[in-house]
Design a protein around this ligand. Sequence first.
Ligand code: SAM
Length: 262
Amino acid sequence: MRDEIESTEYEGLFPVLYDLLHPSAPEADAYARLARERDGDLLELGCGTGRLVVPLARAGIEVWGLDLYRDMLDACRAKLERESPSVRERVTLVEGDTRTFTLPRTFPLITAPCNFLDNLLGADDLLQTFRSAARHLADDGLFVVDSSAPDLPAMVAADGQEQVGEFTHPDTGRRLVSRFTPRFDFVRQIETDDITLEELEGDVVVRRARTTMTVTWHHPREIEAALGAAGLEAVGTYGSVDRRPMRARGGDMVHFARRARP
Ligand SMILES: C[S@@+](CC[C@H](N)C(=O)[O-])C[C@H]1O[C@@H](n2cnc3c(N)ncnc32)[C@H](O)[C@@H]1O
Protein backbone atom coordinates (compact mmCIF):
# COMPACT_ATOMS: atom_id res chain seq x y z
CA MET A 1 0.00 0.00 0.00
CA ARG A 2 1.30 3.46 -0.91
CA ASP A 3 0.93 5.85 2.01
CA GLU A 4 1.63 9.45 1.01
CA ILE A 5 1.68 12.61 3.08
CA GLU A 6 1.27 15.81 1.08
CA SER A 7 1.69 19.39 2.23
CA THR A 8 -1.44 20.54 0.42
CA GLU A 9 -4.57 19.24 -1.26
CA TYR A 10 -3.04 20.22 -4.62
CA GLU A 11 -0.47 17.42 -4.81
CA GLY A 12 -0.20 13.67 -5.43
CA LEU A 13 -3.58 11.92 -5.55
CA PHE A 14 -5.52 15.02 -4.44
CA PRO A 15 -5.95 16.73 -7.86
CA VAL A 16 -8.15 13.72 -8.79
CA LEU A 17 -10.36 14.51 -5.79
CA TYR A 18 -10.47 18.18 -6.80
CA ASP A 19 -12.00 17.28 -10.16
CA LEU A 20 -14.46 14.85 -8.58
CA LEU A 21 -15.61 17.53 -6.14
CA HIS A 22 -15.78 20.19 -8.89
CA PRO A 23 -17.15 18.29 -11.91
CA SER A 24 -18.57 21.31 -13.74
CA ALA A 25 -17.83 24.95 -14.50
CA PRO A 26 -21.20 26.75 -14.52
CA GLU A 27 -19.53 30.18 -14.46
CA ALA A 28 -17.45 29.54 -17.63
CA ASP A 29 -20.04 31.18 -19.95
CA ALA A 30 -20.05 34.35 -17.86
CA TYR A 31 -16.23 34.54 -17.94
CA ALA A 32 -16.27 33.92 -21.71
CA ARG A 33 -18.74 36.82 -22.13
CA LEU A 34 -16.50 39.15 -20.08
CA ALA A 35 -13.49 38.15 -22.21
CA ARG A 36 -15.40 38.70 -25.49
CA GLU A 37 -16.67 42.11 -24.28
CA ARG A 38 -12.98 43.06 -23.92
CA ASP A 39 -11.98 41.34 -27.13
CA GLY A 40 -8.92 39.86 -25.51
CA ASP A 41 -7.11 37.20 -23.55
CA LEU A 42 -7.77 36.10 -20.01
CA LEU A 43 -5.25 35.35 -17.25
CA GLU A 44 -6.52 33.00 -14.53
CA LEU A 45 -4.71 33.13 -11.17
CA GLY A 46 -4.60 29.67 -9.58
CA CYS A 47 -5.98 27.88 -12.66
CA GLY A 48 -5.57 24.42 -11.09
CA THR A 49 -6.64 21.42 -13.15
CA GLY A 50 -8.22 23.61 -15.83
CA ARG A 51 -11.84 23.36 -14.72
CA LEU A 52 -12.36 26.77 -16.36
CA VAL A 53 -9.34 26.87 -18.68
CA VAL A 54 -10.62 24.01 -20.86
CA PRO A 55 -14.20 25.24 -21.46
CA LEU A 56 -12.95 28.80 -22.02
CA ALA A 57 -10.41 27.64 -24.62
CA ARG A 58 -13.15 25.55 -26.23
CA ALA A 59 -15.27 28.72 -26.41
CA GLY A 60 -12.52 30.42 -28.42
CA ILE A 61 -10.89 32.44 -25.61
CA GLU A 62 -7.09 32.69 -25.40
CA VAL A 63 -6.35 31.66 -21.81
CA TRP A 64 -3.23 31.96 -19.70
CA GLY A 65 -3.30 29.87 -16.53
CA LEU A 66 -0.92 30.45 -13.62
CA ASP A 67 -0.58 27.95 -10.77
CA LEU A 68 1.97 27.17 -8.07
CA TYR A 69 1.48 23.40 -7.99
CA ARG A 70 2.88 21.23 -10.79
CA ASP A 71 0.50 18.33 -10.09
CA MET A 72 -2.52 20.59 -10.69
CA LEU A 73 -0.98 21.90 -13.92
CA ASP A 74 -0.13 18.35 -15.02
CA ALA A 75 -3.79 17.36 -14.55
CA CYS A 76 -4.72 20.37 -16.72
CA ARG A 77 -2.15 19.35 -19.36
CA ALA A 78 -3.57 15.80 -19.40
CA LYS A 79 -7.06 17.21 -20.10
CA LEU A 80 -5.72 19.44 -22.86
CA GLU A 81 -4.09 16.42 -24.50
CA ARG A 82 -7.61 15.12 -25.14
CA GLU A 83 -8.67 18.40 -26.83
CA SER A 84 -8.24 19.46 -30.47
CA PRO A 85 -4.97 21.18 -31.47
CA SER A 86 -6.79 24.53 -31.87
CA VAL A 87 -8.10 24.38 -28.27
CA ARG A 88 -4.65 23.40 -26.97
CA GLU A 89 -3.02 26.26 -28.87
CA ARG A 90 -5.23 28.79 -27.12
CA VAL A 91 -3.84 27.82 -23.69
CA THR A 92 -0.59 28.94 -22.06
CA LEU A 93 0.15 27.38 -18.68
CA VAL A 94 2.71 28.93 -16.34
CA GLU A 95 4.05 27.53 -13.07
CA GLY A 96 4.36 30.42 -10.65
CA ASP A 97 3.24 32.14 -7.49
CA THR A 98 0.50 34.77 -7.75
CA ARG A 99 2.34 36.88 -5.17
CA THR A 100 5.51 37.26 -7.20
CA PHE A 101 4.95 36.31 -10.85
CA THR A 102 6.08 38.36 -13.81
CA LEU A 103 4.68 37.73 -17.29
CA PRO A 104 5.86 39.56 -20.40
CA ARG A 105 2.49 41.22 -21.10
CA THR A 106 -0.70 42.67 -19.67
CA PHE A 107 -4.27 41.32 -19.92
CA PRO A 108 -7.67 42.92 -20.44
CA LEU A 109 -9.20 40.35 -18.06
CA ILE A 110 -7.62 38.70 -14.99
CA THR A 111 -9.60 36.28 -12.86
CA ALA A 112 -9.14 34.62 -9.47
CA PRO A 113 -12.01 32.09 -9.39
CA CYS A 114 -13.30 29.37 -7.09
CA ASN A 115 -11.98 30.49 -3.70
CA PHE A 116 -8.41 30.96 -4.88
CA LEU A 117 -8.03 33.70 -2.23
CA ASP A 118 -8.52 31.15 0.56
CA ASN A 119 -4.91 30.09 -0.09
CA LEU A 120 -3.57 33.53 0.81
CA LEU A 121 -3.20 33.23 4.56
CA GLY A 122 -1.44 36.47 5.44
CA ALA A 123 -2.61 40.04 4.84
CA ASP A 124 0.60 40.52 2.84
CA ASP A 125 -0.18 37.54 0.60
CA LEU A 126 -3.47 39.11 -0.45
CA LEU A 127 -1.85 42.48 -1.03
CA GLN A 128 1.08 41.04 -2.99
CA THR A 129 -1.28 39.01 -5.20
CA PHE A 130 -3.45 42.05 -5.91
CA ARG A 131 -0.34 44.14 -6.67
CA SER A 132 0.84 41.46 -9.12
CA ALA A 133 -2.62 41.46 -10.73
CA ALA A 134 -2.55 45.28 -10.96
CA ARG A 135 0.86 45.16 -12.69
CA HIS A 136 -0.51 42.72 -15.28
CA LEU A 137 -3.84 44.46 -15.88
CA ALA A 138 -4.26 46.47 -19.10
CA ASP A 139 -5.18 50.15 -18.58
CA ASP A 140 -8.91 49.56 -18.99
CA GLY A 141 -8.73 45.92 -17.86
CA LEU A 142 -11.02 44.11 -15.42
CA PHE A 143 -9.97 41.97 -12.45
CA VAL A 144 -12.62 39.51 -11.19
CA VAL A 145 -12.24 37.78 -7.82
CA ASP A 146 -14.75 35.02 -7.05
CA SER A 147 -14.89 33.51 -3.55
CA SER A 148 -17.53 31.97 -1.31
CA ALA A 149 -18.95 34.47 1.14
CA PRO A 150 -18.14 33.31 4.69
CA ASP A 151 -21.18 31.49 6.09
CA LEU A 152 -20.33 31.59 9.79
CA PRO A 153 -23.34 29.57 11.09
CA ALA A 154 -22.52 26.79 8.58
CA MET A 155 -18.85 26.90 9.60
CA VAL A 156 -19.76 26.61 13.30
CA ALA A 157 -21.95 23.59 12.50
CA ALA A 158 -19.17 21.93 10.44
CA ASP A 159 -16.40 22.59 12.99
CA GLY A 160 -14.68 19.28 13.85
CA GLN A 161 -17.26 17.19 11.95
CA GLU A 162 -15.89 14.52 9.62
CA GLN A 163 -17.44 14.49 6.14
CA VAL A 164 -17.08 11.27 4.16
CA GLY A 165 -17.38 11.07 0.37
CA GLU A 166 -17.26 8.11 -2.05
CA PHE A 167 -16.20 8.36 -5.68
CA THR A 168 -14.86 6.25 -8.54
CA HIS A 169 -11.33 6.96 -9.76
CA PRO A 170 -11.77 8.17 -13.36
CA ASP A 171 -8.66 6.30 -14.62
CA THR A 172 -8.36 3.17 -12.47
CA GLY A 173 -12.11 2.62 -11.90
CA ARG A 174 -11.34 1.88 -8.25
CA ARG A 175 -13.40 3.16 -5.30
CA LEU A 176 -12.10 6.35 -3.66
CA VAL A 177 -13.12 7.31 -0.12
CA SER A 178 -12.41 10.83 1.13
CA ARG A 179 -12.52 11.96 4.75
CA PHE A 180 -12.52 15.69 5.43
CA THR A 181 -12.55 17.30 8.88
CA PRO A 182 -12.42 21.11 9.06
CA ARG A 183 -11.50 23.02 12.22
CA PHE A 184 -11.99 26.75 12.49
CA ASP A 185 -10.08 29.38 14.43
CA PHE A 186 -12.68 32.12 14.24
CA VAL A 187 -10.44 34.75 15.79
CA ARG A 188 -7.52 34.34 13.39
CA GLN A 189 -9.74 33.39 10.41
CA ILE A 190 -7.83 30.15 9.92
CA GLU A 191 -9.37 26.85 8.79
CA THR A 192 -7.30 23.69 9.27
CA ASP A 193 -8.51 20.74 7.23
CA ASP A 194 -7.46 17.15 7.82
CA ILE A 195 -8.03 15.32 4.56
CA THR A 196 -7.51 11.63 3.79
CA LEU A 197 -8.13 10.03 0.43
CA GLU A 198 -8.03 6.25 0.05
CA GLU A 199 -8.07 4.28 -3.19
CA LEU A 200 -9.47 0.77 -2.72
CA GLU A 201 -9.28 -2.43 -4.73
CA GLY A 202 -12.30 -4.35 -3.40
CA ASP A 203 -12.00 -3.76 0.33
CA VAL A 204 -8.21 -3.38 0.32
CA VAL A 205 -6.67 0.09 0.48
CA VAL A 206 -3.98 0.27 -2.23
CA ARG A 207 -3.11 3.95 -1.92
CA ARG A 208 -3.68 6.48 0.83
CA ALA A 209 -2.93 10.22 0.68
CA ARG A 210 -3.14 12.51 3.68
CA THR A 211 -2.73 16.21 4.22
CA THR A 212 -3.37 18.85 6.82
CA MET A 213 -4.12 21.97 4.85
CA THR A 214 -4.47 25.47 6.24
CA VAL A 215 -6.64 28.01 4.47
CA THR A 216 -8.43 31.23 5.35
CA TRP A 217 -11.55 33.16 4.42
CA HIS A 218 -12.09 36.83 3.67
CA HIS A 219 -14.93 39.25 4.25
CA PRO A 220 -15.89 41.72 1.49
CA ARG A 221 -14.43 44.77 3.23
CA GLU A 222 -11.02 43.09 3.61
CA ILE A 223 -10.96 42.32 -0.09
CA GLU A 224 -12.03 45.86 -1.01
CA ALA A 225 -9.36 47.34 1.32
CA ALA A 226 -6.62 45.12 -0.16
CA LEU A 227 -7.72 46.00 -3.71
CA GLY A 228 -7.48 49.69 -2.82
CA ALA A 229 -4.04 49.28 -1.21
CA ALA A 230 -2.82 47.51 -4.37
CA GLY A 231 -3.80 50.41 -6.64
CA LEU A 232 -7.08 48.81 -7.74
CA GLU A 233 -10.60 50.05 -7.26
CA ALA A 234 -13.59 47.82 -6.54
CA VAL A 235 -16.30 48.76 -9.02
CA GLY A 236 -18.89 46.22 -7.92
CA THR A 237 -19.51 43.29 -5.56
CA TYR A 238 -21.98 40.68 -6.79
CA GLY A 239 -23.33 37.23 -5.97
CA SER A 240 -22.17 35.71 -9.27
CA VAL A 241 -19.86 36.35 -12.22
CA ASP A 242 -22.93 37.35 -14.24
CA ARG A 243 -23.59 40.06 -11.65
CA ARG A 244 -26.60 38.78 -9.74
CA PRO A 245 -26.98 40.43 -6.30
CA MET A 246 -24.96 39.06 -3.39
CA ARG A 247 -26.93 37.20 -0.72
CA ALA A 248 -26.93 38.24 2.96
CA ARG A 249 -25.74 34.76 3.95
CA GLY A 250 -23.56 32.30 2.05
CA GLY A 251 -23.37 32.05 -1.71
CA ASP A 252 -20.70 33.67 -3.86
CA MET A 253 -18.98 37.00 -3.40
CA VAL A 254 -17.62 38.30 -6.70
CA HIS A 255 -15.56 41.50 -6.79
CA PHE A 256 -15.05 43.41 -10.03
CA ALA A 257 -12.07 45.78 -9.93
CA ARG A 258 -10.12 47.99 -12.30
CA ARG A 259 -6.99 50.08 -11.99
CA ALA A 260 -7.66 53.03 -9.69
CA ARG A 261 -8.18 56.28 -11.59
CA PRO A 262 -6.35 59.35 -10.24
C1 SAM B 1 -9.43 26.19 -5.23
S1 SAM B 1 -8.27 25.89 -6.51
C2 SAM B 1 -9.04 26.74 -7.86
C3 SAM B 1 -8.67 26.11 -9.20
C4 SAM B 1 -9.36 26.74 -10.42
N1 SAM B 1 -9.22 28.18 -10.45
C5 SAM B 1 -10.82 26.40 -10.52
O1 SAM B 1 -11.61 27.32 -10.69
O2 SAM B 1 -11.15 25.22 -10.47
C6 SAM B 1 -6.96 27.00 -6.07
C7 SAM B 1 -5.72 26.85 -6.95
O3 SAM B 1 -4.75 27.82 -6.54
C8 SAM B 1 -3.45 27.25 -6.62
N2 SAM B 1 -2.57 28.04 -5.73
C9 SAM B 1 -2.57 28.07 -4.37
N3 SAM B 1 -1.70 29.00 -3.93
C10 SAM B 1 -1.15 29.57 -5.03
C11 SAM B 1 -0.20 30.61 -5.25
N4 SAM B 1 0.35 31.27 -4.22
N5 SAM B 1 0.11 30.96 -6.51
C12 SAM B 1 -0.46 30.31 -7.58
N6 SAM B 1 -1.37 29.32 -7.44
C13 SAM B 1 -1.70 28.96 -6.19
C14 SAM B 1 -3.65 25.81 -6.21
O4 SAM B 1 -2.65 24.97 -6.72
C15 SAM B 1 -5.02 25.51 -6.85
O5 SAM B 1 -4.87 24.96 -8.14
